[in-house]
Design a protein around this ligand. Sequence first.
Ligand code: NAD
Length: 343
Amino acid sequence: MNKPLKLGLIGCGVIVQNAHLPGLLEIPGLVEVAAVADPFETNRNLVGDAAEVDASQRYADYRDMLASADLDVVSIATPHHLHYEQVVAAAQAGVAIISEKPMATSLEEADAILEAAKNVPYAVVHNFLFSPATQAARDILATGDFGTPIFGRSQSMIFKSGNQTADNWRNQKAAGGGAINDTCYHEIYLVEEMVGSPVRYVEARVQTKYFDLDIDDLVVLLLEHENGVTSTVATAWCIPAQESVFCEVHTPVGALHVVARGRALRRYLRAERQWEEVDLPAMANMTPEAVGRAGHAGYFAATMKALADGTDLPVPGAKARHNLAIIAAARRATEERRAIEVE
Ligand SMILES: NC(=O)c1ccc[n+]([C@@H]2O[C@H](COP(=O)([O-])OP(=O)(O)OC[C@H]3O[C@@H](n4cnc5c(N)ncnc54)[C@H](O)[C@@H]3O)[C@@H](O)[C@H]2O)c1
């Protein structure tokens, strides 16, 4: 591998412009954006210009980039239904792969990806694990002083007011997968992390309650973890009265509450019967925008370092497959109205 790693971007949309690229530009010793691919010329050039990518290394078709560019790693950030074919093509080209979530739109595709990518490093973006507030909560729990989790709870109740049309890929069942695949995805891995144990059984209602689209817009999950802890997850795209996003864990000592996937951390101490803000020095000098993208910055820094050093990736494909298996179990639980064991 080159040093810095030579990276090709497949997809140059909103999340690359707002979060991936600023994070990647913060670690020039580890990675250099060497090529970009996107059929939409405006996005391709926006990102190409910001990353100072040579005009000859800006591709309309990612397959031409894989065939011609000198790359160590690609990062895929495209509509969900494209991840499968793009990961398989990148694996055949022999480069390391970082894919945005979800890794695929079905478990069949996920298994085919793991098979195709077994000889190259393959990682999936679970960025909010790397927000400073989530990291601080993990550190507090890891000391053992905060006790053993009793109950976990995560929530993303939002109202999607813009772009709710059927031509948006996010609103198509086959391309985006709805609120559970896109938004609730994060709440699932976050609550697992806070509870400290993988989910074993899922009860759920994954429903379309508001939008006239073929995707779910309301998700309620009841999860039982391998350590016996129960947690709940609720996500909505259709709840205007309650813009509320958090993840929390309760123990005999108190509770930890991560606000908005990492914008702040609150602690409740049973002995003192009150909530308090936890001081987060890592966020002291960050702008609100930098706080919002800190998870991606931390994720890319950790993943690029692991690739450069040849060490274990922070979020390997198997972990992302497990998250997708919980989503598949939730869909089945809704249909069959019973608890489903995660595959
Ligand atoms: N982890 C997070 O917090 C987070 C947040 C937002 C989005 N995402 C993920 O990032 C991915 C992209 O989301 P987005 O919000 O940037 O979407 P977007 O619609 O803004 O961007 C998608 C980009 O992919 C391009 N594209 C389409 N077909 C392509 C192809 N064949 N080859 C290359 N590029 C192609 C489009 O032209 C567009 O520029 C999704 O997987 C989404 O779930 C993750």
